[in-house]
Write a protein that binds this ligand. Structure first.
Ligand SMILES: Nc1ncnc2c1ncn2[C@@H]1O[C@H](COP(=O)(O)OP(=O)(O)OP(=O)(O)O)[C@@H](O)[C@H]1O
Length: 248
């Protein structure tokens, strides 16, 4: 049963995320066309995962949405198109500065003083604020990277294989942290992953890129938080995986 507090959080959350509309997006590197005619819409606050074989263009799509690359064709539009959203990107590598402690890494790029203790507490690192990145585990470093993104209260969080280097257990723990914070904060999320199970665990929709185009867009109608033991979970995972592996 939903409590009133959770209902209110849900209402606030729905206001934070921003809709994303990708229209006719194309990208080439030299003579190699990586993406063509990509149409994709993310509703405000929606969690969408992008899967596909290595080299199919998942990260390129994410970088185009992040404006880290320029498209050869098409456009990306946010919300009503009047302003650029607060967007943050999290990569596989935490990209922490080794000469700054955890709190200073999280505060990096903030134009005003912000108390980073609440966000550190949200990622479970409240007691590590003064530690150097070198003494943290890979999972803890990714928690710092997540805190560094969230301290900006993003409307759009782009996740490029953020858990790709973690062991299986740490990975599941981090998926739970990301899902919990996405649900409470309500940002729109786009996750690039090669892990179909991760996509089914987290996403409202799983999108497959093949031959530079979107070849599948599958809604995941499972209650949250999701249990990997649920037969419907296993069936969806198997169906999507066999679709990904289907010979072109
Ligand atoms: N800066 C670049 N210059 C030239 N080619 C590039 C560049 N970036 C990506 N590519 C090429 O574009 C294609 C798509 O790359 P991209 O990184 O988007 O794939 P991906 O699906 O994310 O792969 P992976 O799952 O292995 O990370 C690949 O063939 C890659 O070699």
């Amino acid at each position: 049963m939903q409590t009133m507090q959770e209902g209110q959080a849900g209402a606030d959350a729905a206001r934070r995320g921003i809709a994303v509309s990708v229209q006719g997006l194309g990208k080439s590197y030299g003579a190699r066309q990586v993406l063509r005619g990509i149409d994709l819409t993310l509703a405000a606050g929606e969690f969408v995962a992008v899967v596909g074989r290595s080299g199919c263009g998942k990260s390129t799509l994410l970088r185009l949405i992040a404006a880290l690359e320029t498209p050869a064709a098409g456009a990306v539009r946010f919300g009503d198109g009047t302003a650029l959203p607060e967007t943050r990107v999290m990569f596989q590598d935490s990209r922490l500065l080794p000469w700054k402690n955890v709190a200073d890494n999280v505060a990096l790029g903030l134009s005003r003083h912000v108390d980073v203790r609440p966000v550190l507490q949200q990622v479970g690192l409240e007691d590590r604020a003064h530690d150097w990145p070198s003494v943290l585990s890979g999972g803890q470093r990714q928690r710092v990277a997540l805190a560094r993104a969230l301290v900006h209260d993003p409307q759009l969080l782009l996740l490029d294989e953020p858990l790709g280097a973690l062991d299986a257990l740490t990975r599941i723990e981090m998926q739970q942290v990301i899902e919990r914070l996405w649900r409470s904060r309500g940002f729109t999320a786009l996750l690039v992953t090669h892990d179909v199970q991760e996509a089914v665990a987290l996403a409202d929709r799983v999108v497959l890129i093949e031959d530079g185009e979107i070849s599948m867009d599958c809604r995941i109608d499972l209650p949250r938080p999701r249990s990997r033991g649920n037969p419907l979970f296993a069936k969806l995972e198997e169906d999507i995986l066999s679709r990904v592996l289907q010979p072109a």
